[in-house]
Design a binder for this molecule. Structure first.
Ligand SMILES: [Zn+2]
Length: 358
């Protein structure tokens, strides 16, 4: 029950936190009391208290400081902290924030409610709901949606025209390696850059995380890093897929936000994705690069396997779905173009010969 105590004590000290506001249930934002936040802009607030499992934690997206609620409270107000320790002791909550079974009865009002409302019929059992709930709740304090309007990562996502309904699934982390070590201590990648990145989480059908991708926002040799955190097949957006409908498969994670019922491979091996979705209605939407030998080879292989592939007409400008959107096409137009230019079998072979440029 410590979450109630933590909520109460955060209330007690909220007047000491500049620009304090509640962003959503169990997510609070204010100016960081460790680094003092931006000196130039007094309105900038990059400190967050967020809920993970049944406890509160603190993180700052300016200085990178992250700690338990108890330590945060002690830093802000030593006297209130002593009362807090006493109250926890009195209610039997001793020790330092032990992890307990999350209280699912309280979960509401985040990403999952959107999935439920868009589904014709609610899918899955309660265990599935809980995994999705936990995934997005655990990362809410990193989400683009909760960043201030003028933040450069938010501006980057806005500029790429990513629909706002997905912004709570796109994260910004100020230090990528530290984020991985903290949130996914089981990852086994050695050389991870510790720079600021937009982070995308690969999920399985239950919404559990399988891989973590970080895209650099500043100039660097390593633009994309993908880190395995489970042994499951790497597929982006799988928790959104309804298997009874046509599934679009694209290369880029960002591209997958523009098509309904869409997953991304994160590479050009779309045939490999089709292989893990057997006997389903799958359309492979490769990047529109008729001069790229690797992609041309991959498409040919997929046609030989009698898979459905989209071959964009020459009139469509843009090398991938995201570029086409940035060039002015709407979501409906893109889907219509793909549907009208999806081929298989002999027709695909003929169209492919006309389409390729190498
Ligand atoms: Zn700070």
């Amino acid at each position: 029950m410590s979450i109630y105590i933590e909520r109460k004590f955060l209330g007690f000290i909220s007047s000491k936190l500049e620009q304090f506001k509640q962003k959503q249930t169990d997510l609070y934002n204010f100016r960081c009391p460790y680094c003092g936040d931006s000196k130039k802009n007094k309105l900038k607030a990059r400190g967050y208290v967020y809920r993970k499992s049944n406890d509160y934690f603190f993180i700052c997206h300016n200085c990178g400081k992250s700690t338990t609620f108890a330590k945060f409270l002690e830093h802000v107000d030593g006297t209130t902290y002593k009362q807090y320790v006493l109250e926890r002791y009195a209610t039997g909550e001793t020790g330092h924030q032990p992890y307990k079974k999350p209280d699912f009865s309280e979960l509401k009002g985040n990403a999952w409610s959107r999935f439920q409302s868009t589904d014709a019929e609610p899918r899955g059992d309660s265990a599935q709901t809980s995994s999705l709930e936990r995934t997005w709740r655990a990362f809410a304090h990193y989400s683009i949606k909760n960043l201030p309007d003028e933040h450069y990562a938010r501006a980057y996502i806005k500029n790429r025209k990513i629909p706002e309904q997905f912004w709570d699934e796109i994260l910004f982390v100020p230090q990528f390696r530290e984020f991985l070590d903290k949130e996914f201590p089981q990852h086994s990648k050695d050389e991870v850059p510790n720079d600021d990145r937009v982070v995308l989480l690969y999920t399985n059908e239950k919404g559990e995380i399988t891989n973590v991708a970080g895209r650099a926002l500043s100039d660097t040799k390593i633009r994309y890093v993908t880190v395995k955190v489970s042994d499951e097949k790497k597929l982006f957006g799988l928790h959104r897929v309804q298997k009874e409908n046509c599934i679009y498969v694209v290369e880029g994670q960002f591209d997958s936000f523009f098509l309904p019922n869409c997953v991304a491979s994160g590479d050009s091996n779309l045939g490999g994705v089709a292989a893990v979705l057997p006997e389903l209605d799958v359309v492979l939407v490769y990047d529109n690069e008729p001069r790229n030998r690797d992609i041309v080879k991959q498409i040919e292989k997929s046609i030989d396997k009698n898979l459905k592939v989209c071959l964009f007409p020459e009139s469509v400008k843009g090398k991938d779905v995201n570029e086409m959107i940035q060039n002015g096409l709407t979501l409906t137009e893109i889907k219509d173009i793909i549907d009208a230019n999806t081929f298989s079998g002999l027709t695909a072979k003929l169209k492919f010969t006309q389409w390729k440029r190498c």
